[in-house]
Write a protein that binds this ligand. Sequence first.
Ligand SMILES: NC(=O)c1ccc[n+]([C@@H]2O[C@H](COP(=O)([O-])OP(=O)(O)OC[C@H]3O[C@@H](n4cnc5c(N)ncnc54)[C@H](O)[C@@H]3O)[C@@H](O)[C@H]2O)c1
Ligand SMILES: [Zn+2]
Ligand SMILES: [Zn+2]
Length: 368
Amino acid sequence: MRMKAAVLEEFARPLVVTDVELAEPKAGEVLVRLVACGVCHTDLYTASGVDPSGYAPTVLGHEGAGVVEALGPDVGSLAVGDHVVTLFSPQCRECEHCRSGRTNICLAIREQQNKGYLPDGTTRLSRDGEPIRHFMGTSTFAEYTVMPEIALAKVNPDAPLEAACLFACGLSTGLGAAIYTAGVRAGSTCVVFGAGMVGLGAVAGCRLQGAERIISIDLSDDRLQMARAQGATDTWQAGPDIVERIQAETRGFGADYTFEATGRVAVMRQAVEAARMGWGQCTVAGVAGRGETLDVIPRWLIQGRRVAGSSFGGVRGRDQVPELVERYLAGEIDVEPFISHRISLTEVNRAFELMEAQDGIRSVIQFG
Ligand SMILES: NC(=O)c1ccc[n+]([C@@H]2O[C@H](COP(=O)([O-])OP(=O)(O)OC[C@H]3O[C@@H](n4cnc5c(N)ncnc54)[C@H](O)[C@@H]3O)[C@@H](O)[C@H]2O)c1
Ligand SMILES: [Zn+2]
Ligand SMILES: [Zn+2]
């Protein structure tokens, strides 16, 4: 079929919204009609050309939600009409990692996905007979996408898809960092560095876990205000002496849990040092620039602090994205404030500009 898609033709140039061809789903694959898609930093990062593993041409986008339109052969878990959230982090339930129960990092289609192909090593996207590679296995800046069924989470159709799409990346990453990776205990003191989509999600996750004190730290007063609405009990301006302040307010010990959601290695270091001696756990969710390293004085670790990284918040996409969406429907997670701009696909480059200006949390593309 022919459809409109936002194509990254050349790095550091605006995306081009144009017609491309999308082939039928093959075995184990599903055709999804996109209804909504968030615009995330990772899309911009790839478009800018800074990401060394990026490629062009490709159709960007990975925060999609839509409706199943057609099934390829051998699809067992989805039906036409199902509402789905796209997963750049799939869950096959069969590989060594999925079976371990110890990680959400599925091995099933990793290699081909990283290269821009569907699991059989080919693309469904093309133009004038030339293949166009998929992005993050999702390519959701488009009216339709074909994806493996193991990379689609079936969610409650009562959830508006413009809200559901945020669970495809940043929001789940933040919520999951607190709920699944750290497993915050009730009554804890938590510190969240960064109050973008990921940090605000982590604040909400700490609240859902029953944390007693949640300190949100950012440079922007607007964002700190949003953090308060998500459950932060304290909101502090970022600064070089933030670790001392956290220690001073925790009888010199540090916080039970710290979360880093800025992508800055200097902040990651603060997050490690602000974790409590004895058992404090620092969860790093931010993605640092290529070649950057995190400096940690070993003594901080010997004193019982732990550091963990978290990809997609440790969320097992097909099992747990639907659960998170249920919690949203139950009124436990307030998603509306995160949708700052509603745009059409043709305005996708404006979403990048808004992001660079730090105007709002998420622009959401609405299709049709
Ligand atoms: N681990 C994953 O799977 C995953 C998924 C999505 C995003 N991410 C990463 O998470 C990070 C955050 O994403 P986002 O969408 O929330 O980004 P964002 O840019 O919207 O938010 C980052 C926030 O950090 C704040 N900040 C900057 N310097 C600071 C400092 N010194 N102290 C405290 N706060 C500071 C900024 O003001 C901003 O509000 C990015 O690095 C992103 O790439 C990781
Ligand atoms: Zn993302
Ligand atoms: Zn797997």
